[in-house]
Design a protein around this ligand. Structure first.
Ligand code: 13P
Ligand code: SF4
Length: 334
């Protein structure tokens, strides 16, 4: 670990820690990882498979991934890869998105427990009911759904959005009234940046929603030059304190381009591993918040997935086609 990232012991690290967790990667563990990585690479060739990984994945997953990115980048990449099989190291809605856009490919999720608290906070029946109620009041209403939703929900919506394009897409919709599901925080952030009327659902991400403004202020007091980068799934009172509100890949781009040396990365912990690997000369402070769903994907589970071809994503064709319409509209508009 670079010396400039080895600060410790201060009160400010109660909520935000400096990068690196060296204890986990012992010599024995590294030998194990290296054998598993070699076997995964062999199987990828045999199966004509690629591995797509989200920015929050474990660092050893980055070693075997063909592409690492945020939700929008992964959705696009899934449509262009030259492969029969996609192993998705991320959460269920991300693998489902890949299957929706590439039904001819086998899409595998190494662990079916890898869900998402946002995706679980809205179901298609309740959404249809709410949409119909609101349409009686706002006949021009359109429904925008965050990509962190099930295929059934996407099929009921007019358009999908991600953290990197939500405001832009809402601005481009031919309507003034938008029901935005399921993230209340992202909805509020969009509302701050548009004159349109945004009606929010009441879901949130359990990882980002627990971060408080007091935690950010405490760090700022000790590190006055730190740039605060926050994910739009955070509460509005946290976003108000940020220098930039960005998707996970947006944060990497910002840190790369910025002249600043110190960054507070207000999102799930895993992104910091990627930042450490890509920008070792800069100093990052990470929030000690883990997404338990993302961390269900392991290197060993990924190997098993390729060995056993588990677990394939299957979708009802009507649902898939409906969800594809919402996703394609997003890809065309963004
Ligand atoms: P990004 O699209 O910014 O990678 O966000 C996905 C996500 O689930 C964040 O919690
Ligand atoms: Fe879902 Fe939050 Fe985990 Fe992202 S961090 S996958 S929004 S639970």
């Amino acid at each position: 670990m670079p010396e400039n990232q080895q600060r410790s012991g201060e009160e400010l690290f109660r909520d935000f820690a400096p990068l690196g967790s060296p204890a986990v990667y012992t010599r024995d563990r590294c030998d194990e990882i290296s054998d598993t990585v070699a076997r995964i690479r062999e199987l990828k060739r045999e199966r004509r498979a690629v591995i797509l990984a989200h920015n929050y994945q474990r660092p050893e997953i980055f070693e075997v991934a063909d592409f690492v990115g945020d939700s929008l980048e992964l959705a696009r990449k899934g449509t262009t890869v030259d492969a029969d099989v996609i192993v998705f190291c991320g959460v269920h809605f991300m693998a489902e998105t890949a299957k929706i856009l590439s039904p001819e490919r086998t899409v595998l999720l190494p662990d079916l427990r890898a869900g998402c608290s946002l995706a679980e906070s809205v179901d298609a029946d309740s959404l249809e009911e709410r949409r119909d109620e609101l349409k009686a009041v706002y006949p021009d209403l359109q429904v925008a759904c965050y990509v962190n939703t099930t295929a059934e929900v996407k099929a009921v919506c007019d358009v999908c959005v991600t953290s990197s394009n939500a405001t832009d897409i809402v601005e481009k919709l031919p309507t003034n009234n938008v029901l935005f599901v399921p993230d209340e925080n992202l909805a509020r952030h969009v509302q701050e940046n548009t004159k349109k009327n945004i009606i929010a659902w009441d879901g949130n991400c359990y990882v980002h929603h627990q971060i408080t403004p007091e935690q950010i202020e405490r760090v700022r007091k000790h590190l006055p030059r730190v740039k605060v980068l926050a994910h739009p799934e955070c509460r509005q009172d946290v976003l108000d304190l940020a220098d930039a509100v960005l998707s996970t890949s947006g944060m990497i781009g910002y840190a790369r381009e910025s002249d600043a040396q110190e960054f507070l990365v207000v999102t799930e912990c895993g992104l910091s591993d990627r930042l450490l690997l890509e920008l070792p000369e800069k100093t990052f402070y990470k929030s000690c918040k883990l997404c338990a769903y993302m961390k269900m994907i392991t290197l060993e589970g990924t190997l098993r997935s390729l060995e056993e071809m588990s677990h394939p994503i299957e979708l009802d064709e009507d649902v898939r086609a409906g969800a594809e319409r919402s996703l394609k509209r997003m890809l065309e508009l963004s």
